[in-house]
Write a protein that binds this ligand. Structure first.
Ligand code: 0A1
Ligand code: ZN
Length: 849
């Protein structure tokens, strides 16, 4: 809680730990309100240390007793931890503390969820369990004994003993405290096995609440695929005899990679065709892979300090995106990732919360699990791979695993293996880690005497605390097309390193059409004056799926911008081009579904702001509605054709092929529903045998204003399934008219099924409100007020989720004075709340600027 202004920590202040830990023994005597934790820790002075101060982190612990080498001590206790005099030689520290898991609503440390004990220790949650050097560069071997009456008692590593009311676990791999985990409760398992390529027989389990055992099969298949993929692609094998996954309903994030005992938000692991959408299945597969891949990139090689978070997260996100590309469609994955990157990371990078992929300071590390660290961090790996090539990437990774196994590393260590393998100097590349902000890449082109020249200029706007930016290395994948649509220059990589740089191509018969930044080869904003004709040409002919999609998106975006700014009619060039694209049966249905998507309201608001206009959320919403209606009319016949032709009749499978077909037929259904008042959607709602079809139909009905019966029917059918009820909450709010968004959120927050302590339900309600910009930014300010009211209520219970949700306000400076005044008043009101958490204080302070 906030007493004095919270103090930042700086990367430049890093010093090695004073003491290292050789082994840790923990005994847990579980009781909901008074769990006893007994620790026995073998310390030794660190020869590399700069001080001999013995400090152990510890928060909200009741110390019962502490000893050093068996002799009782009276340590100096502060709200942050414990200090004591210790021998100048190896010694054993023992402590007994009491904690209260039942009162832990922050879901950090040891807490309870539906009667089950569960932990979350990343980043700094272990200090709420016992006194310990809770920093990732202190790695140790853990043995754990759990005493309690729950039928299932789990911790990291391998089970070494089990009996009535107790279990003992030993993890032979040294790890930092943030990877510790404990779970105890009435759980049932979905078991399986996997044999690693060197012949280790691994027991696999997904542990769930009784009744959920039928929802694990898909997650288990995803786990086995991930294990195999990591062996085949990265040569990484699993290293214990058991791998456990536990599903928990109350969880702040998606999932956590604790060694040998991954803990998942139930929404990221449980699935059945009837209760989960295609998108849910894909996400579950990706998150299972992500957590599993952390076993090497994160656990075997971890981070020296939390500033290096992108070392494990950027790399692991990159690895899970490669996995999804291999399992499904690479172009569709790339396009979806870029949509997400622009929506979340570019937004962050262009506002008051902008920070480098490796931040240089923070107040609360939990506020830095961001799109920048994760998604931009992954983009940096992708650029590095493009620059050095596949072979060198593989060699560098092998060297990284070989050299740093068992260590806590830095970005410098990471870049060094690439420098060594390739002989390249990566000093300039490192700027991508150190400087925040999205580079703008301006392009002009010229054609003379058979030579085509592209002139590039790069510039990165200032970000908070970083006024000056330096030119970055930008890998620009480029192709050139001839007027007949043939490729006259296949994709090649241009390496831009200067502020301004030109590249020429000789011997061309006529002026080519450039396809720049293929596959989105760098996370930059490309600015180029181009014609709609050229975009339509690229949409029709580009061989690079990303740029093909991008051309359609730009065409749509500029058309909508003209509608908003000039009151123009929907652009006929866009309507015709999209019609041709949609009915092109040579294109993957999933690609076509993506290409039928329109830029988001938030994306358009930022575009308008960048053009010097003040975005009006209501006008943006109206223009999008007008375009959607016009498009539905214009391509009605095609929509009807597509909806029929891409119905899936085979038994449900959540694979890329069937999901793509459903995505396209449902995109068509959305258009048809704008014309038939929801008649076709009503039939689909009635007959749907899977959640993808049911939800799509209900959503069309809500959109058409004909959803009342379906809304009730959906609730009656699914009220016992908490993950489906989350969908029931969200969708009603997302589809409310802008006039009624806040009312819908408020009504649902007062529904009997609302539970402020469950982050999934809170996000389903208020996250949905924020995802409807015209409603959230309603001119009356009621959206802002409602969100602030609920954030103030949530903060004392769960600071982490509160702080994350504050980012709804991060774009406030885009808007008109009246809205800015309203938002600022809410930010001030939040900040003035007595006892506001450090997490929320930091976020609101940064947003306010
Ligand atoms: N390391 C996990 C995400 C995670 C991060 C923080 C948490 O609590 C503050 C929980 C989970 C991952 O990348 O999956
Ligand atoms: Zn991760």
């Amino acid at each position: 809680m906030k007493d004095a202004a919270p103090q930042p920590v700086y990367l430049s202040d890093y010093t090695p730990p004073a003491y290292l830990v050789d082994e840790v023994h923990l005994t847990f005597r579980l009781a909901p309100e008074a769990t006893r934790v007994l620790s026995k820790i073998r310390f030794r002075p660190n020869p590399d240390a700069q001080s001999r101060e013995f400090f152990l982190h510890g928060e909200a612990l009741r110390l019962i007793r502490a000893t050093i080498d068996g002799a009782e001590i009276s340590p100096d206790i502060t709200p942050e931890g414990l200090r004591a005099q210790v021998p100048d030689a190896p010694f054993t520290f023992e402590a007994e503390v009491e904690i209260n898991p039942a009162a832990n609503t922050a879901l950090e440390g040891l807490y309870m969820s539906n009667g089950m004990y569960c932990t979350q220790c990343e980043a700094e949650g272990f200090r709420k369990i016992t006194y310990y050097p809770d920093r990732p560069d202190v790695m140790s071997v853990f043995s754990v004994r759990i005493e309690g009456d729950a039928p299932v008692l789990l911790s990291n590593g391998d089970a070494v003993a089990q009996g009535d009311g107790f279990a003992e676990w030993h993890d032979p791999w040294p790890k930092p405290a943030y990877l510790f985990a404990l779970v105890a409760g009435d759980l049932v398992n979905h078991p399986d096995r996997f044999t690693t390529r060197s012949g280790r027989d691994v027991e696999l389990n997904i542990w769930v609440r009784p009744g959920d055992e039928g929802k694990c099969a898909f997650g288990m298949e995803a786990l086995k695929k991930s294990m195999k993929w990591d062996e085949e692609v990265y040569g990484r094998e699993y290293d214990l005899d058991i791998f456990n996954i536990v599903a928990v309903d109350d969880f702040n994030m998606g999932a956590m990679e604790n060694k040998g005992l991954n803990i998942f938000n139930s929404s990221c692991v449980l699935s059945t065709p009837k209760t989960s959408t295609d998108a849910n299945f894909e996400r579950i597969e990706a998150i299972i892979a992500h957590e599993y891949f952390h076993n090497w990139t994160g656990n075997r090689i971890t981070c020296r300090d939390w500033f290096q978070l992108c070392l494990k997260e950027g790399l692991t996100v990159y690895r899970d995106s490669e996995f999804t590309s291999d399992m499904r469609s690479a172009p569709v994955k790339r396009i979806s990732d870029v949509i997400d990157l622009r929506a979340r990371q570019f937004r962050e990078d262009n506002g008051p919360l902008a920070h480098p992929v490796r931040p240089a300071s923070f107040v609360e590390i939990n506020n830095f699990y961001t799109a920048t660290v994760y998604e931009k961090g992954a983009e940096l790996i992708g650029m590095l791979k493009r620059l050095v090539g596949d072979e060198a990437y593989k060699k560098a990774l092998n060297l990284y695993f070989e050299r740093h196994d068992g260590q806590a590393c830095t970005i410098e260590d990471w870049l060094a293996v690439f420098e060594e393998v390739t002989g390249r100097d990566l000093v300039q590349f490192k700027l991508w880690y150190e400087e925040a902000g999205t580079p703008r890449l301006k392009v002009r082109d010229e054609f003379k005497d058979g030579t085509y020249t592209l002139h590039f200029e790069q510039q990165t706007p200032a970000t908070p605390g970083q006024d000056t930016k330096h030119p970055r290395v930008i890998p620009i994948a480029l192709g050139l097309l001839g007027v007949n649509g043939d490729e006259v220059q296949e994709t090649r990589l241009l390496e831009m390193t200067q502020a301004a740089q030109s590249f020429s191509f000789n011997g061309l018969a006529s002026r080519p059409i450039p396809s720049i930044l293929r596959d989105f080869s760098a996370p930059v904003i490309l600015e180029r004056d181009t014609s709609n004709a050229e975009r339509a040409f690229l949409l029709a002919h580009d061989t690079d799926p990303f740029n093909k999609w991008e051309a359609g998106r730009a065409l749509a975006r500029d058309g909508i911008i003209a509608m908003i700014r000039e009151g123009a009619a929907p652009d006929p060039a866009y309507l015709d081009a999209v019609q041709t694209m949609a009915r092109d049966e040579t294109l993957d249905p999933a690609f076509r579904a993506l290409a039928l998507g329109l830029p988001s309201e938030d994306d358009l608001a930022q575009t308008l702001f960048d053009m010097g206009s003040t975005p009006d959320p209501q006008a943006i919403w109206e223009a999008l509605e007008q375009l959607r209606n016009a498009r539905a009319k214009h391509i009605e016949a095609v929509a009807r054709e597509l909806n029929k032709a891409h119905q899936v009749t085979a038994p449900y499978r959540p694979d890329a092929e069937q999901s793509g077909a459903r995505a396209l037929s449902n995109a068509a259904l959305a258009m048809i529903s704008r014309l038939d008042g929801g008649a076709l959607a009503a039939r689909q709602f009635e007959s749907a045998d899977n959640m993808t079809q049911q939800l799509a139909a209900w959503s069309c009905l809500l959109q058409a204003g004909a959803g009342e019966t379906a809304t009730q029917a959906f609730y009656d059918q699914w009220q016992e399934d908490r993950l489906v009820v989350d969908k029931w909450f969200s969708l009603q709010i997302v589809h409310a008219s802008p006039e009624e968004t806040a009312e819908a959120a408020s009504r649902l927050a007062n529904h009997a099924d609302f539970n402020i302590r469950n982050p999934n339900r809170f996000r389903a309600t208020f996250g949905a409100m924020v995802m409807s910009p015209a409603g959230f930014h309603h001119a009356s300010g009621k959206g802002y007020r409602l969100l602030a009211d609920w954030l103030i209520r949530l903060d004392p219970l769960n600071p982490q989720t509160t702080a994350r949700m504050c980012s709804a306000f991060e774009t406030w400076r885009r808007y008109d004075d009246a809205r800015q005044t309203l938002i600022k008043a809410e930010l001030d009101r939040i900040l003035a709340t007595p006892g506001l958490s450090r997490d929320t204080t930091e976020m609101v302070t940064r947003i306010r600027g």
